[in-house]
Design a protein around this ligand. Structure first.
Ligand code: SFD
Ligand code: AMP
Length: 622
């Protein structure tokens, strides 16, 4: 057995993750915890400066409500989210974030983030809720604030969290390992924040072979939040509400700036705009089909119908949009100047947040002012913070949550002491970077309160920890023991390496659970087949092998993804209707049903190794 040092850290508050939500929690807890003499510890699998979804930077802040500026109200934001998610939303959570998010944006500005301003000094909006930023260093700035707040002594970078520690139904910590040194970590804590992002590469991506690893959302967010909360015994919600973004094809450049700021059209091979030619289809999805803006999944759906009829490729008409805005600038000289400006903005949009798209433009001699670019629906992702909704079922805030949605502390899930934020908390979509950080702040404050009111020291018996240590490190021993059995260590009768395992998972999900090659369609029969195959995959997970620490991380990433996959399949199966046709389509129940204006939740019961599915009421507050 490989030699591993065991490092034990006892703290009051443990933050698992180092992304937007984690940084918000760090800043907020540091402030309150200092007053109460509490210790706060943060663990990230990567280096905080460039970890998580904002690693490459962003070119917009997608949630700014502008309450003080009188632009919008909290209710306006709730209406927007409710409609976009086809009625399935926790308005108490959405409102709680919305009422605090503007102050987070003002903090970003104070920390040095350049937000675009117009001649009068007002923020430049991309759309109603979105602000334009020069955000290449967005994450570096936010991480700096978090590091200053906590101090580097309390931050563990490159430590991969695998499993929660739970005792008598209460969270008492987490365990993981260093991805650089032979160290096994035990973190004991009175309260834990789970904010380890969403999940990518559960489904087979469009980019395979030489393009593998390219995805819209960060491939390094691999389902840790779902696994952690499920294994802790928490109730999860909206695990069926995956997100399928439409993106610039092959390099995944975002479309928001093109649709909202540049007002570009997307057209099919016949030069038709599917938003117009297919407008009648929206009637079928009323009342949500009739709202403005058209919900993201329905915009997808209209485009998918064109593709299904062979009317692709679909093009973002960048050239048309740029030329139109430039022409409107005035005389020839003014037009030329505007054209240059727009050209720079178009490139910066990608250079700030999806550099690969700028590289693809350069590699394919694409001048956006001259030539349109192809767009396509991506593979499915699990992202509670964007236009998906998957995550833990958490308590709302005391003052506005309906009584069924409140159990003591804002954002605590159904496991005592375990809080969730960002992609990890469900049914509160459209938080994005700013809202995720805000939700982290909300958690931070609530966790300090929890610590003050629950002072028991966290304990866990040695046997439990030892069993976890053995299980987590086992893949290294499996590899060592059997690597000599064949000439090529990739092919071995005794073990499976994580990449091959991941391909197998992705094939199951792609073909049976409504991935790209199934045109996002599935049915009960297909889902049952997926469960049967996932069962066998789960059995083989015991035989995963790792050559080194990096591969050990890959092993556990893929185990995490498998649990995300199973929660997803079970929940799509449970909700026997089609509600988000542009995210997935149940061919055996192709319409929206009135009695499914409800949440589909799930719990995995550790003691019985059984899943329970629960239908919960949707209660609006407006
Ligand atoms: O345009 C472990 N997002 C956008 N938000 C915006 O506000 N504006 C935009 O312009 C956005 N766009 C966008 C966005 C994301 C991406 C990838 C692109 C474009 C290309 C969304 C936001 O980024 C997103 O909402 C938030 O970042 C979510 O915050 P959070 O905290 O839930 O997740 P995170 O930031 O990814 O952080 C996750 C952290 O967990 C760590 N982690 N740590 C320990 N152990 C493990 N096992 C772990 N697993 C993961 C990660 O390292 C990371 O620190 S646009 O397209 O919409
Ligand atoms: P995206 O780049 O697709 O992630 O979009 C960024 C933001 O703009 C998100 O808040 C989207 O919901 C929104 N958005 C993108 N495209 C459209 C559109 N065609 N109509 C309305 N909102 C959009």
């Amino acid at each position: 057995m490989a030699k591993f040092e065991t490092v034990e850290i006892t703290t009051d508050i443990l933050i698992c993750g180092g992304g937007m939500a984690a940084c918000g929690a760090a800043v907020e807890t540091a402030y309150w915890a200092k007053k109460k003499g509490l210790k706060v510890t943060l663990v990230d699998k990567a280096a905080m400066d460039r970890s998580g979804a904002v690693a490459m930077g962003l070119s917009a802040i997608n949630q700014y409500v502008g309450v003080k500026d009188g632009q919008n109200s909290i209710q306006d934001y709730c209406n927007y989210v409710r409609n976009d998610l086809m009625g399935i939303t926790r308005e108490d959570l959405v409102a709680n974030i919305a009422r605090h998010v503007d102050s987070s944006v003002h903090m970003f500005e104070k920390w040095g983030l350049p937000i675009w301003k117009d001649a009068e000094g007002n923020y430049v909006h991309e759309g109603r809720w979105q602000l334009m930023i020069n955000g290449e260093s967005y994450k570096v700035l936010v991480a700096e604030a978090a590091k200053n707040a906590l101090g580097m002594d309390n931050i563990y970078e490159r430590v991969f969290i695998v499993e929660p520690l739970v005792k008598d139904g209460k969270i008492v910590g987490a365990v993981g390992f260093s991805t650089r040194e032979n160290k096994f970590y035990i973190f004991k804590a009175k309260t834990v924040l789970c904010c380890m992002g969403g999940a990518v590469h559960v489904f087979r991506p469009r980019s395979v072979g030489e393009g593998l690893g390219r995805s819209w959302y960060p491939p390094f967010n691999s389902g840790a939040s779902t696994y952690f909360t499920l294994r802790a015994g928490a109730e999860l919600t909206s695990q069926e509400v995956r997100f399928i973004p439409v993106r610039f094809k092959d390099a995944y450049g975002p479309v928001g700036a093109w649709f909202l700021l540049f007002k570009a059209r997307a057209t099919n091979a016949l030069d038709e705009n599917y938003m117009q030619t297919r407008a009648a289809e929206l009637e079928k999805w009323a009342p949500y089909g009739k709202v403005k803006p058209v919900p993201a999944n329905l915009r997808n759906w209209l485009m998918m119908l064109d593709v299904l009829e062979g009317k692709g490729p679909i093009s973002m008409r960048t050239e048309e949009a740029i030329q139109k805005i430039a022409a409107e600038a005035g005389d020839e000289k003014a037009s030329k100047k505007k054209l240059k400006e727009l050209e720079a903005e178009a490139w910066e949009d990608f250079l700030d947040m999806t550099i690969s798209q700028a590289i693809l433009w350069a590699a394919t001699n694409t001048a956006p002012e001259e030539k349109s670019s192809e767009i396509a629906a991506c593979e499915p992702y699990f992202i509670g913070s964007h236009s998906g909704a998957s995550g833990a079922w958490v308590s709302g805030p005391e003052d506005i949550a309906p009584k069924e949605y409140f159990w003591g502390y804002a954002n605590m899930c159904t496991v005592k002491g375990l809080f969730c934020a960002g992609d990890a908390s469900g049914a509160s979509s459209h938080k994005f970077s700013s809202g995720s950080l805000t939700e982290g702040r909300i958690c931070g404050k609530a966790m300090v309160k929890f610590c003050v009111e629950n002072t028991d020291e966290p304990t866990i018996d040695d046997a439990t920890v030892e069993a976890l240590r053995t299980r987590i490190l086992a893949p290294l021993d499996i590899f060592d023991e059997f690597k000599g059995a064949t000439t090529d260590p990739n092919i071995n009768p005794n073990y499976i390496r994580p990449q091959m395992y991941m391909f197998r998972l992705q094939k199951i999900m792609d073909e049976y659970a409504g991935g790209v090659t199934a045109q996002f369609m599935t049915s009960a029969k297909n889902l049952e087949k997926a469960l049967e195959l996932l069962d066998m995959l789960n059995e083989d997970a015991e035989k995963l092998a790792a050559e080194n620490l990096h591969e050990l991380m890959r092993v556990w990433e893929n185990v995490h993804r498998t649990w995300q996959a199973e929660a997803h399949v079970r929940t799509i199966l449970f909700r026997d209707e089609t509600r988000w046709p542009g995210y997935y389509f149940r061919t055996d129940c192709p319409t929206m049903k009135e009695d499914w204006l409800a949440f589909a939740n799930c719990i995995w019961h550790p003691e019985k190794n059984e899943w329970e599915m629960i239908k919960r009421d949707v209660k609006y507050i407006y």
